[in-house]
Design a binder for this molecule. Structure first.
Ligand SMILES: Cc1cn([C@H]2C[C@H](O)[C@@H](COP(=O)(O)OP(=O)(O)O[C@H]3O[C@@H](C)[C@H](O)[C@@H](O)[C@H]3O)O2)c(=O)[nH]c1=O
Length: 390
């Protein structure tokens, strides 16, 4: 057996394997989980990642030439095939998002006894069917089984990733108006007390065109913060320019819209941007959750799937999110999200204009939502408990 060290007593560490499919969500989620397990639960964690270049966008200090390195107390290993560093069995083996584990590990099921607790970490969903699948076992090989872990919003699910001190950090940031420091760091020094701040980290959408037009002609000056990437293409279209031209300028003003183009930062600084804005437009899985933890209203651009499966996922979430909202505010917010996801600029403009009537309600709701959503226990806590229970 190549590249597997067979030790008579498996180690106590956790291995997390992550394949970067596209974008930053797969690595974003596993990196966050690895940091939390290492720092809050003092677990030795190996994070195996097949694409360090993508990882570097959200961890700029990562050295992409190294096979192994430590950051935030997590041991990060470049996952090559075949493995460039032998795998040694630990106590837990996490396959993130059903990635194919290395053949060396599958073969090792024949010889390593007991085999580490094998967990398949699934994508987050607000759909209720996940409650019945969370925790189920499925046979893999040689009598070894893997267990399914479904993150979700219900008590029966695997819960949501959220660090122990996150809400306190966010509250302190907002109470002390620390956004001023953030804006200084970003080189944005012309923000008035009544200006609106919006962050935009989405995929391409023609609704962005409508958004920009609404902001340009709006009553209030809006600062729109756009990290380099896919949303910028749609912003450039809306402003009848190109991403290359926009990229050169960094700050750009048209009417009541002040556009600021940002480099990607680490996850901690991205959180600070979300905490500082009045509205966040987010996407995928991880930024979607972080916008909720920021306690601010948001629009969710969900990762598109075949046959519009993502729209069911979006509806399932919106239903949960809106349970405690008055009907008219809920309707406006849901229609706005649908318009963004369905590339409908006309509908987006209509619902954007209605949004102003519900700003106070949505603001209040966004503040109380995190405590409802966390449902007494975050994901890492539930995961550690699952491991303890065996
Ligand atoms: C803009 C920005 C983001 N980030 C982080 C936040 C998140 O961890 C990560 C972005 O991940 P997401 O929000 O999930 O969006 P994404 O579109 O990048 O990832 C998606 O990838 C697909 C393959 C998955 O199937 C989707 O479910 C989703 O996870 O990038 C930074 O750290 N710094 C930044 O400046």
């Amino acid at each position: 057996m190549n590249n597997v060290s067979v030790s008579p007593t498996p180690g106590q560490h956790w291995d997390i394997f992550c394949t970067v499919v596209d974008n930053y969500g797969d690595i974003g989620v596993t990196w966050r989980l690895a940091k939390q397990l290492a720092n809050e639960y003092q677990q030795p964690v190996n994070l195996w990642v097949d694409d360090l270049r993508s990882f570097q966008f959200i961890l700029p200090e990562l050295d992409i030439t190294l096979i192994e390195q430590q950051h935030h107390h997590v041991n990060i290993i470049k996952w090559d095939q075949p493995l460039s560093r032998p795998w040694q069995a630990g106590s837990v083996l996490i396959e993130a998002f059903a990635c194919d584990l290395p053949a060396e590990i599958i073969d090792a099921t024949a010889v390593i006894k007991p085999f580490p607790l094998w967990i398949n970490l699934e994508y987050l969903s607000a759909e209720s069917w996940i409650d019945d699948c969370h925790g189920l076992n499925s046979p893999v090989k040689n009598g070894v089984k893997k267990r399914f872990f479904f993150p979700g919003f219900s008590e029966k699910s695997g819960g949501l990733l959220c660090e122990k001190n996150l809400f306190a950090q966010c509250d302190a940031w907002q109470a002390n108006n620390q956004r001023v420091q953030l804006l200084q760091r970003l080189g944005v020094d012309n923000v008035g007390a009544n200006d609106r701040l919006i962050s935009l980290f989405s995929y391409e959408s023609s609704a962005i065109n409508a958004l920009c037009q609404q902001l340009i002609t709006g009553q209030q000056l809006t600062h729109l913060f756009v990290p380099q990437g896919r949303a910028l293409t749609s912003v450039a279209d809306a402003l009848a320019t190109t991403t290359a031209a926009l990229g050169k300028q960094q700050h750009y003003q048209q009417g009541q819209l002040a556009l600021h183009i940002l480099p990607m930062t680490n996850q901690e600084q991205y959180d600070q941007l979300l905490w500082s804005c009045d509205l966040n437009i987010v996407r995928g899985e991880d930024s979607f959750l972080r916008a909720q933890w920021a306690g601010k209203p948001f629009i969710w651009h969900i990762y598109p799937q075949d046959e519009d499966a993502h729209i069911d996922k979006l509806q399932a979430f919106m239903q949960r999110y809106c349970q405690q909202l008055p009907l008219d505010a809920a309707n406006t917010w849901q229609q706005l999200n649908l318009a963004f996801n369905q590339n409908d600029p006309l509908a987006f403009s209509t619902h954007w204009q209605s949004l102003q009537h519900h700003e106070v309600t949505l603001d209040k709701h966004a503040k109380i939502w995190p405590k409802t959503a966390i449902n007494h226990a975050d994901l890492a806590k539930r995961l550690v408990q699952m491991v303890k229970n065996g």
